[in-house]
Write a protein that binds this ligand. Sequence first.
Ligand SMILES: [Zn+2]
Length: 367
Amino acid sequence: MHETILEYEALVRLVAFVGIFAAMVRWEVAAPRRRRELGRGLRWTGNLGIASINAMLLRATFPALAVGLAMMAEERGWGLCNAIGVPRWVAFVASLLVLDLTIYLQHVMFHAVPALWRLHRMHHADLEFDVTTGVRFHPLEIILSMGLKLGLILAFGPPAVAVLVFEVLLNATSMFNHGNVRIPGAVDRVLRWVVVTPDMHRVHHSIHPSETNSNFGFNVPWWDRLLGTYRAQPVDGHETMAIGIEQFRTERDLRLDRMLLQPLRGPAGGDATVHRKNGARDPRRRVGREEQDRFRNVRRPANTAERVEGVEARQRRFHLFVTEERPVDRSFDHRGRDGIDAAAVRCGASSSARLRTSACTPAFAAE
Ligand SMILES: [Zn+2]
């Protein structure tokens, strides 16, 4: 059994990756959820380039890898499941759940700890959301994540086949839930009780920190629902919401070399709590002329349907657009911070998002 798993592990993973990737690309072309604004060339070169680096790095740094270590643990009786000898099917199901909960908790930690956020924010800095976003992770995050998984395997002793199934599943669901695919609302509502859907995970890639800090799950949606991090829909709507973080928004930031160096650049911003704790600059000060031009590079001009549907939402954002250089509503100038916060409250922004609201509006203000 073990020899068979070991022999076919790499092949199973490769076939699953290529098959699911190709299927998702076809689906994205046939039924896209959002209009694509950036060319695929630059984004895909960076995202698939970093995925290739990660695959090679893992093989080089962890020769045993997760499945190999699980086999060794089974043979030597290491870990809880192997030590107490639970039935195999119980160990199999429990292992999938424990591994998934661990990945969820790890994801929460990568958002909460400034040093870890520096690594993870590269995943969030993608300016669009499609199947390739699902494989875009910083190599150091991948190594840390694998280290944690290996530690869990030693402690919990999951069957090797459960680890293999989990690895393939995680890769597959990551590509699925980052897909720019349209799923009918009624189907999505049912589906998201059992698996994280693209509409559910897209909320996590919103520019609003309160939304970025929600929907951390990758496989099953239950952890978010149970632990209070579930958010059903983005406040700006799926088609008009801004994707990414405010920190890296130029096309240059999508280059592979810039992506690799992102953890070293700037403050550990892009997260409201971390941002303010570190005493980083007031986001409103950043929205100068230069910044507006950067935002303008990647703005999403709305199509006709979006203009009709989203006009009210954009008006709300427009009124929150306050800068020293280009005040659009003089009455705001005299209200100061509280005026902005009060306006944000009226528009339904959560308290953690208020400070950021003005920083993310220029993308739409030029329309
Ligand atoms: Zn995240």
